[in-house]
Design a protein around this ligand. Structure first.
Ligand code: GLN
Length: 486
């Protein structure tokens, strides 16, 4: 098995035994990038030299017996929404084409402190708005399972890179499904932690009350390792919670006997693609075999979730994106014609069409005469959705659903139809609205050989329960081809 296709934990063992070095692993990943990135286009920036240098330093630590972290020497890719010191960070937008941040965001600095090797920055939908990577200001990433299809979005580059062997694991963000949906389409594990679990300091903001950072990995153990490294309070982000961080990897026992898992009827609607429904229901049965009991539950406000999201997220985005005005960050267009003209030119040429649509939607929803009718109402529905989850979690430990209503769709299929694109996230958005944790993991393949993801949703700050159930399922499911031959 080539090194680039292995898991964090298997590589860590080899590093400890001394049978491989970080330089060997890093070189294997960098060679793989040279070989296949032209076909799938995951990376916006590859940081070869810095990666090899960090690998050399890790090798030195292993030689000295000075290693405590399971991430030491492991090559990871980073979604281009995370600030990286001295390395261009675009958020997938032309408006930040040449933006080089002066510092690392907290999730990145924590990975670096854990000894990880950063291979570069991964493609994404512009400012994380999208479900297909087709909204990238640069080029779309393709799905390693079928290059005529999208990898999902907005962390499409992060999911595809893991699936293509172009990183051992990656970091993404999830505002309405952007980790779980691409994970589902690319056949990898993707975790959206609880709101507040991971610091968002140095993560370019989309919708601040929904955004959360999380890992994309080849298996559940790797996911637990990554979460442990990035989780925990950060004085630089006041929304990061002061809640102790459990030792996630050591809590993976696979014992879920007595666990109650709810299947919300609203997440298995009539007309759900049978190619998705069948493997997801099989995953539920696998958990039952492991000793969990399945119960049917109802979350009636689910049907308002997407509409609620498309008021709240654009409203927050319109305010977060006001800072890209050609003065402080990135591109500036037209110095003639005065300040207003400079703003107008910079923003109308620097942003892509979907970002502009969201800014307009959000500005409208927040405008004086409409604030109550839209934003105010959306906030009230948000409370309703959150309460329904709270109530259901007094009866069950976890919920199970499809991660996405369809498998990966063909490129170009939905670009002309934003509403259809928005529906990609019907099963993931409610989790962000309620600030909960959820994971997507591969549960099978369609007859056309496309991966399908099952989503497990847990209560806030119970990622250890979520991951343990995912781990139990993975054991029951058996091997999944989580690194594609290309
Ligand atoms: N696809 C959703 C959107 O376009 C969610 C994106 C995300 O989670 N960042 O907003």
């Amino acid at each position: 098995m080539p090194l680039y296709s292995e898991t964090i934990h298997s590589l860590h063992e080899k590093l400890r035994e001394g049978t491989v070095t970080s330089t060997m692993i890093t070189q294997s990943v960098l060679d793989r990038i040279s070989e296949v990135d032209g076909k799938v286009r995951c990376y916006l920036t590859v940081t070869r030299e810095a990666a090899l240098e960090a690998a050399g330093q890790s090798d030195e630590r292993f030689r000295k017996g000075d290693v405590s972290s399971p991430l030491d020497g492991i090559p990871l890719g980073i979604k281009d929404i995370f600030l990286t010191e001295g390395v261009r960070t675009t958020a997938g937008s032309r408006i930040l084409e040449n933006f080089v941040p002066p510092y690392d965001g907290t999730p990145v600095s924590r990975l670096k402190k854990a000894g990880a090797v950063i291979t570069g920055k991964l493609n994404m939908d512009e400012f994380a708005m999208g479900s297909s990577n087709e909204n990238s200001g640069f080029f779309p990433t393709l799905n390693p399972w079928d290059k005529a299809r999208v990898p999902g979005g907005s962390s499409g580059g992060s999911a595809a890179a893991v699936a293509a062997g172009e990183a051992i694991a990656t970091l993404g963000t999830d505002t309405g499904g952007s980790i779980r949906q691409p994970a589902s389409h690319c056949g990898v594990v993707g975790l959206k932690p609880t709101y507040g679990r991971v610091s968002r300091y140095g993560v370019i903001a989309f919708a601040s009350s929904l955004d959360q950072v999380g890992p994309l990995t080849r298996d559940v153990r790797d996911c637990a390792i990554m979460l442990k490294a990035i989780a925990g309070h950060d004085p630089a982000d006041s929304t990061s919670a002061r809640v102790p961080v459990p030792d996630y990897p050591s809590l993976l026992t696979g014992d879920i006997s007595g666990m109650k898992i709810g299947l919300p009827v609203e997440y298995f609607p009539e007309g759900l693609d049978p190619e998705v429904e069948a493997p997801v229901r099989k995953a539920a049965e696998a958990l039952e075999k492991r000793g969990a009991s399945l119960v049917s539950v109802s979350l009636p406000s689910t049907r308002y979730a997407v509409a609620t999201y498309y008021i709240i997220a654009p409203a927050e985005a319109s305010s977060n994106l006001a800072r890209y005005d050609g003065v402080k960050y990135g591109v500036r267009l037209s110095d003639q014609g005065g300040l207003l003209e400079m703003y107008r030119q910079t923003r109308s040429k620097g942003f892509g069409p979907e970002v502009k649509r969201r800014i307009m939607l959000g500005t409208f929803a927040l405008s004086a005469g409409y604030y109550d009718a839209y934003y105010g109402k959306a906030q009230r529905v948000r409370t309703l959705i959150r309460r329904e989850f709270e109530e259901v979690f007094s009866k069950v430990d976890l919920l199970l659903s499809p991660a996405s209503p369809t498998p990966a769709f063909p490129l170009g299929d939905r670009v002309e139809d934003p509403l259809r694109m928005y529906m990609c996230d019907m099963f993931t958005i409610p989790v962000n609205i309620a600030g909960l944790a959820a994971v997507s993991l591969p549960c099978g393949l369609t007859p056309g050989n496309l991966p399908v993801g099952v989503q497990l949703i847990g209560p806030a700050f119970r990622e250890e329960v979520l991951l343990n159930a995912a781990y139990a399922y993975e054991g029951e499911r058996g091997e999944f081809p989580n690194c594609k031959v290309l």
